[in-house]
Design a protein around this ligand. Structure first.
Ligand code: KIV
Length: 288
């Protein structure tokens, strides 16, 4: 299937077809995503936790995001790819934000970038959009600012808080964002945002009333084990499968059951005897 463009994704919204979006951080999982027919991939800064074992996303650097985005692009050349702007890659100035957003396009050939924040970040969204880069906004629970949100908590749970979340959504669209991601907000709030905005609204922990869903691949396949957010549905238990495989390998090695006959290279006919003679080693006993 050819890579979907922004126009294709807008047409999906218009037809009421849901958009399936998933994170990926490496070449093999990107290949799996493409083979499975995913519409969009995000190389999220969640790679900090899922790949590097950090406690959160704040330590993640532009270099890490770029290296992983490049690998994912190689694995999924036919999927709409979104680069994620890590902490301090856009907060400091418009110029730095535009430069870093541009690097995602230059190095990893992404189709869009995502950044966190609503009303307070509209200047950056406008600047990056003016530079010709498609921006996806991200509001609700924004992990890079969990310090001022009181932790990794659902947002918009009171009427007043929900109104602020809606204001963020409107501001992001007005600033030129091409899509919006809402994270960890009640479906009632997602529904109003979806009805109010004309750009596609996607959710991770935002319930059903939006144009598509995002999940983190490490959660979906049961690889990430530190914690499981409420909005995650696990479709596989890779941790169990892989741990079982490694245990069997360990037992095989310890019991001299691996490598077997099928896993070794044979010498050319007659060469083994010649070799032993050459180095003065007794011929091997013939097996019966
Ligand atoms: O980095 C990421 O994967 C994200 C999602 C949690 C939305 O930003």
């Amino acid at each position: 299937m050819p890579r979907k463009s922004l126009t294709d994704l807008y047409q999906m919204k218009a037809k009421g077809e849901k958009i399936a979006w998933l994170t990926s951080y490496d070449y093999p999982s990107a290949q799996f995503c493409q083979a499975a027919g995913i519409d969009m991939i995000l190389v999220g800064d969640s790679l900090g936790m899922c790949v590097y074992g950090y406690n959160g996303t704040l330590p993640v650097t532009m270099d890490q995001c770029l290296v992983h985005s490049e690998a994912v692009r190689r694995g999924a050349p036919d999927v709409f790819l979104v680069g994620d702007m890590p902490f301090l890659s856009y907060q400091t100035s418009d110029a730095e934000a535009v430069h870093n957003a541009g690097l995602f396009l230059k190095k990893a050939e992404v189709d869009a970038i995502k950044l966190e924040g609503g009303v307070r970040i509209v200047d950056r969204i406008r600047a990056i959009t003016d530079a010709g880069v498609a921006v996806i906004g991200h509001i609700g629970l924004t992990p890079q600012s969990s310090g001022i949100l009181g932790g990794h908590k659902a947002q918009g749970r009171t009427a007043e808080a929900a109104k602020l979340t809606l204001e963020d959504a409107i501001a992001v669209e007005k600033a030129g964002a091409k899509m919006l991601l809402v994270e960890a907000i009640p479906p009632e709030v997602t529904e109003v945002i979806h009805k109010t905005l004309s750009i596609p609204v996607l959710g991770i922990g935002g319930g059903l009333p939006c144009d598509g869903q995002l999940l983190i691949i490490s959660d979906l396949i049961g690889q990430f084990q530190a914690f499981t957010p409420k909005f995650v549905k696990k479709y596989a238990n890779v941790a169990e499968v892989v741990t079982k495989a490694i245990k069997e390998y360990v037992a095989d090695v310890r019991g001299s059951k691996f490598p077997g006959k099928d896993h070794v290279y044979s010498m050319l006919p007659g060469e083994a005897d010649k070799f032993r003679k050459l180095v003065g080693v007794k011929p091997a006993k013939k097996s019966k």
